[in-house]
Design a protein around this ligand. Structure first.
Ligand code: ZN
Length: 624
């Protein structure tokens, strides 16, 4: 039995959760039949140790890494509870939808639970969105388990068995006792470890060792919809090997027994990454490993999720380290949890060669320009986007500029870039954020452990690297509202400035291709679907000022039928003629909007500003 010790770092208070020996010392037996995963149906049987009397069973609600109550309770089906063959009545709590009340009969020492999980086929969302196809499945244990409400997840032991479709292979960080054909028995683990260790399985499967012969081992486990999609070029695999080396050089220690990148490649599943301590659930397009645009647009996916093993899992903000799946998570420090991870993921992407520094700068330009044109900065602080993360992950794309989205990722990146340049300047280049990382996330290598952090502990470690008024540094950037621009100080101190040119960069081009949208945000202020439907308008730009809004659809441009190329051409011509009339459908009505616009096409770019190119220094590899 492994116990996790939670230590509040940077303050004098030290505490540990003490193991309580109770009736639940016996493991829960969990048997999952995934043979019908291709039709998105899982069958589950649980044997849960229990004492006579009232018992509440709980379905995991707050999902780690998703920072929100996203447990897919609606898809729990076929719930049947019995004991010794006798059916027991269950009753859902009328306030807490994730809790079920049961009465365990006299003489019983366990209950049997059967349930089905109805897996989503809609690809919009995160781990509870589409995650199974005819060829592969990503199994998230939180979707397949009930546990006694009120127990800390560290104190609940689970012995899991899994049956896969015939001929499917699998990868997971969860230690295996035996694998007999498609029947797998896992070692008994805490509920924390179980839920933190998803299983990737599929017919077309490839395991690539990323640190051959070294301890701990690192694996890239790939399942795809076709064999062809597994054919990663050897140069790309070398870059992922380099990623492992660069991360170890950055942090100086590892906090996992082994690490598995679980990469699922399909055009039918949700596309996102979810961090775990010893693995990551990485889901992307089928051609991710074999198409250069797809790889370029998603290059930070694996680096970002890998960084989370240190920032997010090993070191975790207090408000996000909950003892079970029932307590609400507090997102106040997500600008560090996600923002610093976004920054370090971006840095490691270049250091491992997954992108050239030039391409990394192009993506940075796009992110910086997006934030610099966020109308919502007027009313909403970055801190509020972090606190409201549980709402914003689910927010729609329309009016995003006014509402703001999960801006703590990209804006967090900008702030931590600025902190890095600040340390380098303060110490005349002797220290950098790399030193902070070794100090904050390093220590002794070993198995998973959680150490909490607070704003104060971040500041304390930063001060030990380079003394500065870090509290004001963060507070001004995180709490301000008004007409302020995005925090571009790191780009400027890094030797660059944000500017606009009339041709899209390779990065923008790849993003548009992969995301299948048309980004005219920085000229007339529109983001569109290829068919002309408007995704979002930037309130300060001409299209919105003329009265255009999201959900409308452009059907004509200056008497020509709409196509994205036609619109771009007419935007260029408007530089000379000043004529840009858009014929727009709004439901059943059609209107012409006359745009007063003469600036031609505008796409963000970073240009050198005469300062030393610190940004390029930051992106240089540490390992040889
Ligand atoms: Zn993340």
């Amino acid at each position: 039995m492994t116990k996790k010790t939670l230590i509040r770092v940077g303050s004098t208070v030290l505490f540990a959760f003490v193991a309580t020996v109770t009736a639940f010392a016996q493991p829960i037996r969990l048997r999952v039949d995934a043979t019908e995963a291709p039709r998105r149906l899982y069958h589950v049987e649980l044997t849960i140790p229990a004492a006579p009397g009232p018992l509440n069973l709980f379905y995991p609600k707050w999902i780690p890494g998703e920072h929100a109550p996203t447990g897919p309770i609606t898809d729990l089906s076929g719930l049947r509870v019995s004991s010794g063959g006798r059916t027991l009545e269950w009753k859902r709590d009328s306030v807490e939808m994730f809790a079920f009340h049961i009465n365990v009969p006299q003489g019983a020492s366990s209950i049997d639970v059967k349930l089905d999980f109805l897996s989503n086929s809609d690809a919009a969302g995160f781990s509870s969105a589409a995650s199974a196809t005819s060829e592969l499945a990503i199994l998230s244990w939180n979707q397949l388990v009930l546990y006694p409400q009120g127990k800390a997840s560290d104190d609940v032991q689970v012995s899991a068995e899994l049956r896969l479709p015939a001929d499917w292979k699998f990868g997971t960080a969860l230690p295996v006792t035996s694998a007999n054909g498609s029947q797998i028995q896992f070692k008994t683990a805490s509920l924390t470890t179980l839920i933190d260790s998803p299983v990737l399985a599929g017919r077309h499967f490839r395991r690539i060792e990323l640190s051959p012969g070294a301890t701990p081992a690192h694996y890239l486990d790939v399942a795809a919809d076709t064999d062809e999609a597994l054919n990663a070029p050897s140069e790309l695999i070398d870059k992922y090997k380099k990623l492992v080396k660069e991360a170890q050089a950055l942090f100086g220690a590892t906090h996992y027994r082994e690490y598995h990148f679980l990469l699922a490649l399909s055009d039918q599943i949700a596309h996102f990454g979810l961090e775990h301590h010893e693995s990551s659930d990485d889901q992307s397009r089928e051609n991710f490993l074999i198409d250069s645009s797809s790889q370029l647009a998603g290059a930070t996916l694996l680096p970002h999720e890998f960084v989370h093993s240190w920032n997010g899992k090993y070191r975790r903000p207090e408000g996000l380290a909950t003892r079970d799946y029932e307590q609400p998570m507090k997102g106040d420090l997500l600008w560090a949890y996600e923002g610093l991870t976004e920054y370090l993921g971006w840095v490691l992407t270049a250091r491992s060669g997954l992108r050239t520094p030039e391409l990394n700068r192009q993506f940075l330009a796009e992110g910086a320009a997006t934030l610099d044109n966020r109308a919502g900065r007027e009313w909403r602080s970055l801190a509020d986007t972090a606190v409201a993360a549980q709402l914003l992950y689910e927010a729609r794309n329309d009016w995003e500029s006014s509402r703001r989205g999960v801006d703590f990722y990209e804006e967090g990146l900008l702030i931590w870039l600025e902190a890095d340049t600040m340390i380098r300047k303060q110490t005349q280049g002797r220290k950098s954020l790399d030193d902070f990382c070794r100090s904050f996330y390093g220590g002794a290598s070993g198995p998973p452990e959680v150490r909490l952090y607070t704003l104060e502990s971040l500041i304390e470690t930063l001060n030990a690297v380079a003394p500065y008024d870090w509290k004001s540094f963060f507070q001004t950037r995180i709490n301000r509202t008004g007409t302020d621009r995005a925090p571009l100080g790191g780009i400027e101190a890094g030797g660059y400035r944000l500017n606009y040119v009339n041709k899209p960069s390779e990065a923008l081009h790849a993003s548009e291709q992969v995301r299948e949208n048309v980004n005219l945000a920085f000229s007339i202020g529109l983001k569109l679907n290829p068919d002309g439907t408007i995704i979002d308008v930037l309130p300060e730009k001409v299209a919105a000022k003329a009265g255009i809004g999201p959900g409308m659809k452009i059907v004509g441009v200056n008497d020509r039928k709409y196509a994205s190329d036609v619109l771009r051409e007419e935007i260029r011509n408007a530089g000379k003629t000043g004529l840009l009339d858009l014929l727009v459908a709004n439901g059943k009505s059609l209107s012409t909007f006359k745009l007063n616009y003469r600036d031609g096409e505008r796409y963000p770019v970073l240009e050198r500003n005469g300062q030393p190119a610190l940004l390029d220094e930051i992106l240089k590899p540490l390992s040889r």
